[in-house]
Design a protein around this ligand. Structure first.
Ligand SMILES: [Zn+2]
Length: 319
């Protein structure tokens, strides 16, 4: 029988990452390209098709040697469809990815939310290999989650499950991009960490953050708050302590509801490391409902920015 191949695509708001793999999952070639968001869906989807062709060409392969393609997209997808209903990062509404794809490829296309595929990647190759019940949380510009329940990705009745970033943490808190107030995301996502640090800085002219941002408050990012904390700045350390507390509170609710075997935290903000994980674990352990002997391990993700592509490959292989 002829050897078959799969392609995994991670379509992000700033870049597209893609890899060709054999059916055993070994990556043979990979490529990246900036996402031309302003070009609209047609331009982006055409770019994806060209990228796949180039990737195949690196190994002298033809389109009909692909057994499946997996694609992670940062969007709300209706269940069992490849129609992107809404993507705030790509500015897409009701884009029928599957129809476009079928004009070019005859192999199946598996489209799923990018964080869900991140969860699948961590379960297949990463921090929580083999876990049957897993909660994967990605913290970056926003906060998303992927749930694996009883070994399978959980999507909910209509495909919208996992929007952990929009659980209400503080009624009447700050306004969130989703239109509600006080969501977890407005306290613990990257931009929220920067905002809380800026608010605290106005009352503390001594903070090292003033130096690190060269007096320009608008330049404060979560990464800068991380650097300041590592250099011993108390204001920045307090911001991370509080961030861990907010996340621990949110995750304790989800853990109490779902009783996952493991919780994996990834995304750019998770790079903060111990100063985030310590207060997060403490708060979670305090607030979750459990019994002696059953705890909830919170692990840092291990696949980094590759999780999206690897998850897409895993999805294609599962097809
Ligand atoms: Zn929200």
């Amino acid at each position: 029988m002829q050897q078959q191949y799969v392609v995994g695509i991670d379509l992000g708001g700033t870049k597209i990452a893609m890899a060709l793999a054999g059916t055993e999952g070994r990556i043979l070639a990979s490529t990246r390209h900036p996402t031309n968001v302003s070009g609209g869906p047609e331009t982006i989807l055409s770019t994806l098709v060209n990228m796949v062709d180039k990737l195949l060409a690196t190994h002298g392969l033809r389109r009909n040697q692909l057994s499946a393609v997996g694609m992670g997209v940062p969007c709300l997808l209706e269940k069992d469809s490849s129609i992107c209903r809404f993507s705030p990062n790509l500015f897409w509404r009701d884009v029928d990815i599957g129809s476009f794809w079928r004009q070019h490829f005859s192999c199946p296309l598996v489209v799923d939310n990018d964080v869900r595929l991140g969860a699948l990647a961590e379960q297949t190759w990463g921090a929580s290999q083999g876990a049957r019940d897993l909660l994967f949380v990605a913290i970056g510009t926003g906060i998303g989650s992927g749930l694996i329940i009883d070994g399978e990705i959980y999507r909910g009745s209509r495909g919208l499950a996992g929007e952990i970033g929009h659980m209400t943490l503080v009624p009447d808190g700050p306004l969130c991009n989703c239109g509600n107030r006080g969501c977890l995301e407005v306290y613990a996502a990257g931009p929220a960490i920067a905002r809380r640090a800026r608010e605290a800085m106005t009352a503390d002219g001594e903070s090292l953050l003033w130096q690190l941002c060269a007096g320009r408050e608008e330049d404060v990012t979560a990464e800068l708050v991380s650097q300041a904390a590592d250099k011993g700045d108390q204001l920045a350390q307090r911001i991370w302590e509080e961030t861990g507390h907010y996340l621990g509170t949110g995750l304790a609710s989800v853990a109490t509801l779902l009783n996952p075997e493991k919780i994996v935290v990834g995304g750019g903000v998770a790079q903060a490391g111990k100063k985030l994980f310590r207060p997060l674990r403490q708060t979670l352990a305090k607030q979750v409902l459990t019994v002696p002997g059953i705890d909830y391990p919170v692990l840092p993700a291990t696949l980094g920015s590759e999780a999206g592509v690897l998850g897409a490959i895993a999805a294609a292989l599962k097809f």
